[in-house]
Design a binder for this molecule. Structure first.
Ligand SMILES: NC(=O)C1=CN([C@@H]2O[C@H](COP(=O)(O)OP(=O)(O)OC[C@H]3O[C@@H](n4cnc5c(N)ncnc54)[C@H](OP(=O)(O)O)[C@@H]3O)[C@@H](O)[C@H]2O)C=CC1
Ligand SMILES: O=C(O)C1=N[C@H](C(=O)O)C[C@H](O)C1
Length: 249
């Protein structure tokens, strides 16, 4: 017996990512696009969906998720801006809806997920690590969600291995010259037209460096991960953060 396609709604459908997701869902045999909405639209058409994909704005995503959870809709979220406080609120909302799943992925590109995993593996061998993330100049947030997530993974790996951040002799600096500090990992953000989404994770040790680099050259790079997220979230109750959990890395 053939299964019915998963009914999908898209929020942020007129944006760079949302428009690409609309095309990807339309091209997926196991999914059916039932709503493609953007800022200012009435959310009522989303009620016929099973899963809603959100690529909107860090300032909008929490209100969207509150609405989706209240209406018993699974969510796949690419929008950035998730603090620990936001995640705690979502866990609380989901506790009352034990059948519902929310998947938040700072990056849906396979190579970016692998790069983060490789960085976490390397972290215990190199006390010194810095991240450079490079994006198009229409991006609202800095540092990128991916860079923040990578920094947190490095910090967690360091803590687990009992490795302290490496020495840094900087005592005098122009504001921002050493980047932002995310859990003791320096993160440098570059914004230029022409770029899409790129990340370098640099490690330094005695007489050597290790650089892990990922480049998204086109937004189609995120689509296999988004479609996989839609397929998996319906049978993954609770909050999942990071596509690595779905890929079972
Ligand atoms: N996880 C991942 O793999 C990826 C994540 N991202 C993230 O996705 C987000 C969107 O990126 P991008 O597509 O480039 O941004 P865009 O600005 O191109 O698109 C966002 C769209 O969402 C709309 N929007 C804003 N608020 C709402 C709302 N409340 N409800 C519905 N739609 C709304 C915007 O409308 P308007 O312009 O009128 O405000 C806009 O059309 C960012 O946080 C980005 O970092 C991006 C790429 C990959
Ligand atoms: O805004 C973007 O473009 C991207 N945002 C995400 C992030 O902040 O990490 C994912 C990817 O880097 C593209």
């Amino acid at each position: 017996m053939t299964e019915s396609p998963i009914r999908v709604g898209v929020l942020g459908a007129r944006g760079r990512m949302g428009a690409t997701v609309v095309k990807a869902v339309e091209g997926a045999a196991d999914q059916e696009l039932v709503a493609a909405l953007d800022a200012g639209d009435d959310f009522a058409p989303l009620e016929s969906a099973q899963v809603v994909v959100d690529f909107t704005h860090p300032d909008a995503v929490m209100d969207n998720l509150r609405w989706l959870i209240a209406h018993d809709l699974h969510a796949v979220v690419g929008t950035t801006g998730f603090s620990e406080e936001r995640l705690t609120e979502l866990r609380g909302l989901l506790a009352d809806k034990p059948q519902l799943g929310v998947l938040i992925a700072p990056n849906f590109a396979l190579g970016a997920v692998l790069a983060m995993r490789f960085a976490a593996q390397a972290a215990k061998f190199y006390a010194s690590a810095e991240i450079i993330e490079l994006h198009h100049n229409r991006k609202a947030d800095a540092p990128s969600g991916t860079a923040a997530h990578t920094a947190r993974m490095i910090a967690a790996a360091r803590a687990e291995a009992g490795v302290a951040p490496g020495p840094d002799a900087t005592t005098s600096e122009v504001d921002g010259a050493r980047g932002a500090s995310v859990e003791d990992v320096h993160v440098h953000s570059v914004r230029l037209p022409g770029l899409v989404a790129h990340e370098e994770i640099l490690f330094g040790g005695e007489g050597e460096t290790l650089t892990i680099r990922h480049d998204s050259l086109d937004r189609t790079s995120f689509m296999p991960g988004v479609l996989l997220g839609v397929r998996s979230v319906v049978s993954r109750p609770g909050l999942t953060v990071g596509l690595e959990n779905v890929l079972d890395l």
